[in-house]
Design a protein around this ligand. Structure first.
Ligand code: FPP
Length: 290
């Protein structure tokens, strides 16, 4: 099985590639968007079928694979998945151990395959509390996939948005004087080990029926479009993913600006947005507002 479709090398969108039998309305040809995903509902999915919660997480990895495979074909250039929040340490030791093991296996077993398919891996979050073997797997996977650049696949692990902002403030304040010109954003990236730099989140999807952010990417989601799905994560399909992307493509993003103004969002200099959504949107803005 291909982790990523061969189409990844030519990710420009055509209308039928984003259309669905149930949704023949085409989307705009948006490319290179950053999608954040809160994969919620594994525990409920398993318990409702009489299985332990850990079984839901295992099935959650299957769902994750199909979305990763589909993402580049749908114009997604960066995918950031919330795999383990800093608050998830409160869960039973067995569940925590299972989650750490799933991540380690994924990174160990899929790094080469990712590189071959143009997928660059990056684990963001705290690294000081990760099990040693997971940390090694992270470093190895990031090194192996370093040259890939078609899809940037980020797992947020031991991640807390508020912690990262606090840590960044500490780093930034400490570094001032020598680096007055360094933007605060850099400190955030440093605090969470983000490499490469990526633009802000364009679309934030949460499965599982809850409608909250749970400390996920508060800085980077400042202007994210939000999409909440009732579907529990192990059942989340490519069709559900398309539904979110299709809704996103019909949103009118104004970034607080007026007609014709450029949005105030960050795009790293190396990060090309071919036919960028932002460029097009800036000229399509019709109304004032947020
Ligand atoms: C939330 O569902 C999900 C998690 C805390 C973990 C998500 C992790 C994975 C899908 C697998 C990670 C593996 C890799 C390879 C990155 P929940 O358990 O809170 O569900 P509930 O709300 O139904 O209890």
């Amino acid at each position: 099985m291909h982790l990523v479709s061969p189409h990844i090398r030519n990710p420009s969108l055509t209308e039928d590639r984003v259309s669905d039998r149930t949704d023949q309305r085409s989307t705009r040809s948006d490319t290179d968007i950053h999608v954040g995903l809160i994969m919620d509902g594994n525990g409920r999915w398993a318990e409702s079928r009489g299985h332990p919660r850990t079984y839901g997480h295992k099935r959650g990895v299957t769902a994750l694979r199909r979305i990763v495979e589909a993402a580049p074909r749908h114009g997604v250039r960066v995918l950031t998945l919330y795999a383990f929040s800093s608050d998830n340490w409160k869960r039973p030791a067995r569940e925590v151990k299972l989650l750490m093991g799933l991540m380690r296996h994924y990174l160990q077993n899929e790094a080469e395959h990712c590189r071959e398919n143009g997928v660059r891996l990056n684990v963001i979050g705290r690294r000081d509390r990760l099990p040693e073997n997971l940390l090694r797997a992270v470093q190895r996977a990031e090194t192996i996939t370093g040259p890939a650049n078609d899809l940037i696949l980020r797992f947020a692990v031991d991640y807390s948005g508020r912690y990262i902002v606090e840590k960044a403030a500490e780093l930034w304040a400490g570094g001032r004087g020598a680096s007055d010109a360094v933007p605060f954003r850099r400190a955030i990236e440093q605090a969470m080990h983000a490499d490469p730099e990526v633009p802000d989140i364009d679309l934030l999807i949460r499965s599982g029926g809850e409608q909250r952010l749970s400390d996920f990417m508060p800085w980077e989601s400042a202007y994210a479009e939000l999409w909440f799905s009732p579907v529990l994560w192990p059942d989340f399909s490519v069709r559900d993913f398309r539904a979110a992307l299709s809704a996103f493509s019909h949103r009118q993003r104004r970034f607080g600006g007026l007609n014709g103004q450029k949005p105030r969002t960050f795009t790293p200099p190396h990060f090309s947005r071919k036919g960028s959504i932002h460029d097009r949107e800036a000229s399509n803005i019709l109304q004032d507002g947020h």
